[in-house]
Design a binder for this molecule. Structure first.
Ligand code: SF4
Ligand code: SF4
Length: 201
C-alpha cells in the first residue's frame, strides 16, 4: 500500500455547498459524544498506525463530520484503511469513539451505495467475510485465492505479488491448505452475524 498525500494540505479547496449538518448529529450519536467537542488536537492521527496511508486520517474524518461533509467522508480512503485498532480512541482527550465512527461510515458508504474509496481493500474485507461464512472462521489460503479472484481486473502483477510470500508461508507451516471448520451449529450462528450491505457490492 502506498503512502497518501493528505487532502487537507492540497491546494484544491473542499466545497462546502453540499454540507449536511444533520450528518454531524447522526455521527455524534454513534460516537457517543458531541463531535463539536473534538479539539482537532491530532492525537488520534499521531497514534494511528495507518495514518500515512490515509487521505484524511482520523482527526480529518472527525473534522469532515463536524462540517457535515458527508460525501467527502464516505468516499475517503481513510474509512477503509482503518484497521479498527482503537489506538485513536484510547488517546483521544475527549473520549470520542473514533474507531466506532469509522466502522459506521463504512456501513453508511455501502448502504448509500457511495463510491468506495479503496475498492481492492473492500474486496479483501469481502473475501474475508465470504470465507468466514463458508467455514465459520477464516481460511487464509481461501482468503488469498478469493481476494485474487475478486480483484482479477487489477492485472497479473497484482495476482503474483504475494505468490513468493505465500509459498514461503506454506513451507514454514504458517498456511494450511485445507480449511478448518466450526461445527455446523457454530457455522449457522456465525452466518447470522455475517450479514450486511457488503454482499450486494
Ligand atoms: S484525538 Fe480526539 S479531540 Fe483530538 S483530534 Fe482526534 S478526535 Fe479530536
Ligand atoms: S482504529 Fe482506525 S483510525 Fe483509529 S488508530 Fe486504529 S487504524 Fe487509526
Amino acid at each position: 500500500m502506498d503512502k497518501e498525500e493528505k487532502k487537507f494540505s492540497s491546494a484544491e479547496p473542499i466545497s462546502m455547498s453540499d454540507s449536511d449538518l444533520n450528518f454531524a448529529k447522526q455521527i455524534g450519536e454513534v460516537a457517543g459524544t458531541d463531535l463539536n467537542s473534538c479539539l482537532t488536537c491530532m492525537s488520534c492521527s499521531g497514534g494511528c498506525p495507518m495514518y500515512p496511508y490515509m487521505d484524511y486520517g482520523p482527526h480529518g474524518i472527525m473534522r469532515l463530520a463536524v462540517l457535515g461533509l458527508k460525501k467527502e467522508a464516505l468516499t475517503s480512503t481513510s474509512i477503509w484503511r482503518c484497521v479498527g485498532c482503537h489506538t485513536c480512541a484510547a488517546v483521544c482527550p475527549m473520549a470520542i469513539n473514533i474507531a466506532g465512527v469509522m466502522d459506521y461510515l463504512r456501513e453508511l458508504c455501502l448502504k448509500e451505495k457511495m463510491p468506495i474509496g479503496d475498492k481492492p481493500l473492500f474486496e479483501f474485507h469481502k473475501a474475508f467475510l465470504t470465507s468466514v461464512r463458508f467455514h465459520g472462521r477464516c481460511s487464509k489460503v481461501e482468503l488469498m485465492s478469493l481476494h485474487k479472484l475478486f480483484t482479477i481486473g487489477s492485472g497479473p502483477k497484482a495476482w503474483m505479488q504475494d505468490a513468493f510470500l505465500g509459498m514461503k508461508m506454506i513451507l514454514m507451516h504458517k498456511l494450511h491448505l485445507l480449511p478448518s471448520r466450526l461445527m455446523s451449529s457454530g457455522i449457522s450462528q456465525v452466518r447470522k452475524l455475517v450479514v450486511g450491505a457488503w454482499r450486494d457490492r
